[in-house]
Write a protein that binds this ligand. Structure first.
Ligand SMILES: *Cc1c(COP(=O)(O)O)cnc(C)c1O
Length: 233
């Protein structure tokens, strides 16, 4: 496992995908998904210049957070967030990608207000429509944005989606373009307090389709840190 080599290779692939559609590579942020991975590997990635890390469990952010300089590393919560876990991460997390209900946004708003923070969030949208996937239905996204825009300590920065396992490149691209089009549509409404620039989409197997479709953040775990081992959890 050579994190440095993996990161270099990933960065080259990002450049290639961006250049294929004449996008400026500086528009695309690589978030290294470090879930299940030890501090030592994350530290290696930090040494390679990676500054943004994604975790899908609040308790894992809370556990890893103390090991890194606050100003050096930004933590992204990319997995399901239960309301009762918000208080454990509100002071630690840079961006919450997985907000899909008003109730969750209200809890984040309350906890953020209590510590004098404006919490950046993304709205997770279930573009694929698969029942097992979390995320707000596309047709309800505008209404949710309008409701959340009323909350003073939460700031919508854009949208996030997860594609479907085993989709082809073209299917992924179409799905990601669906999120981009939705973001453009909601953006054109100029809802006060709603920013729509950030598009968090694409993982190890579909980041190239996501970049072609307009991703501004890709969430890559396996290609950087290797396969995850869940056997001893
Ligand atoms: C685990 C995870 C990723 C990273 O997946 P890889 O296939 O390892 O790159 C990205 N996004 C979310 C929401 C995840 O849970």
């Amino acid at each position: 496992m050579c994190v440095e080599k993996n990161i270099k290779s990933m960065q080259e692939k990002i450049v290639k995908a961006a250049e294929s559609v004449s996008r400026d590579v500086s528009e695309i942020k690589l978030i290294a998904v470090s879930k299940t991975k030890p501090i030592e590997l994350i530290a290696e990635a930090v040494n390679c210049g990676i500054r943004e890390f994604g975790e899908n469990k609040p308790q894992e952010i809370a556990a890893k957070y103390p090991y890194f300089e606050k100003d050096n590393v930004k933590w992204h919560l990319i997995g399901n967030l239960q309301k009762n876990k918000v208080k454990h991460i509100i002071d630690k997390v840079w961006l919450i990608h997985s907000v899909d209900s008003l109730g969750l946004a209200e809890e984040i708003n309350k906890r953020a207000a209590a510590i004098g923070k404006i919490q950046n969030i993304l709205i997770q949208v279930n573009i694929s429509g698969e029942e097992t996937k979390s995320g707000v239905a596309p047709e309800n996204a505008e209404e949710l944005c309008r409701q959340i825009s009323e909350l003073k300590n939460v700031r919508i920065k854009g949208f996030m989606t997860i594609s479907v396992k085993d989709y082809t490149y073209d299917q992924n691209k179409a799905l990601f373009e669906g999120l981009r089009d939705l973001a453009n549509k909601i953006g054109s409404l100029n809802i006060e307090g709603v920013e729509t620039e950030e598009l968090s989409m694409g993982m190890t197997h579909d980041f190239d389709a996501a970049i072609v479709a307009g991703a501004t953040m890709i969430r890559v775990g396996t290609a950087i840190f290797g396969a995850r081992d869940y056997s001893n959890r």
